[in-house]
Design a protein around this ligand. Structure first.
Ligand SMILES: [Zn+2]
Length: 295
């Protein structure tokens, strides 16, 4: 099975904003679209384990569909311990994140920022743009603009600013051996915030849900790579159910849409970004649009 934009009714050719690369598909006898170019999906989030907690079930679907996956974290989780030094926990968590990504056969990079110091500023933006250009994504998934902590919200802002700048030839990252600007602006998506609620405790409703009932068990295995975070949460928050809590949140989102377990997403539809439902099309067999809700 292939991953990407699909139009099962005919040979399809979709192009995005000006200058965007075109994905081309050939309809096969089976009716399954044949992707000529592999879809590259980058999850850009604040900390090690955020990608696995918030979108791990969807990543597993995308992986099985043949997409190329990348995970970029802003920090290596240097404050995520009550017992280790910053250097020790950074090394541990970087290794855990890399191992979790490797289990998905995914690219992994850290932007080198520090916990609770994830801010949208020029230096941090250059670091994020450089790493995104290196991966060259078609789709970027980041945190909700409203989330429970500022590192997540600032990582979301950094992803938004970076994706806008990726294809600008005159925007220079000033890094060693910089990567080339990308050919086009990637499609940008926001995951549900942690627990689905923002800092005011209000639900940030998704645009669509992905059914992760078939991947929830594997998602728990994926998250279990982050053993130190599991230990840290137990010590700092008194939470002893790292995996079970994630599962409960997925069940809560599933309960909103009629799936057993789900993850929610919204697409950024501002000027200059692809409006094609690239991720929705790739995941169409797992998707359910969110019901219209009163503001
Ligand atoms: Zn986080």
């Amino acid at each position: 099975m292939n991953c990407g934009l699909t139009d099962l009714t005919s040979t399809n050719r979709l192009s995005g904003v000006s200058g965007r690369q075109t994905y081309a598909f050939k309809k096969q006898q089976s009716g399954v679209a044949d992707l000529e170019r592999i879809l590259k999906v980058l999850v850009s989030m604040a900390h090690p384990d955020d990608a696995e907690i918030l979108v791990g079930g969807t990543l597993l679907h995308l992986k099985s569909l043949g997409c190329e996956i990348g995970i970029l974290t802003m920090t290596s989780g240097d404050c995520g311990s009550a017992t280790h030094t910053k250097e020790e926990i950074s090394r541990i968590r970087y290794a855990e994140a890399k191992a979790a990504a490797a289990s998905l056969n995914a690219w992994y990079e850290c932007a080198g920022l520090m916990d609770v110091e994830v801010f949208l500023n020029a230096e941090n933006l250059r670091r994020v743009v450089e790493r995104m250009r290196h991966f060259n994504p078609d789709v970027v998934i980041t945190h909700s603009p409203g989330d429970y902590m500022l590192d997540h919200e600032e990582a979301s802002r950094l992803a938004r600013a970076a994706t806008f700048a990726l294809s600008m030839p005159l925007y220079q990252t000033r890094q060693t051996a910089p990567s080339e600007p990308t050919a086009a602006t990637p499609a940008l998506y926001y995951a549900d915030p942690l627990e689905g609620i923002d800092a005011m405790g209000e639900r940030r409703w998704p645009q669509f849900y992905v059914n992760i009932t078939d991947t929830i068990e594997h998602k728990r295995v994926l998250l279990s790579w982050h053993q130190s975070q599991r230990d840290w949460l137990r010590a700092h928050h008194g939470v002893d159910q790292y995996l079970n809590q994630m599962t409960e949140w997925a069940a809560k989102f599933g309960g909103e849409c009629g799936f057993e377990f789900a993850e929610g997403f919204r697409q950024h539809l501002g000027h200059g970004y692809p409006h094609e439902p690239i991720l929705q099309n790739a995941l169409r067999q797992f998707i359910k649009p969110a019901a219209t809700r009163p503001e």
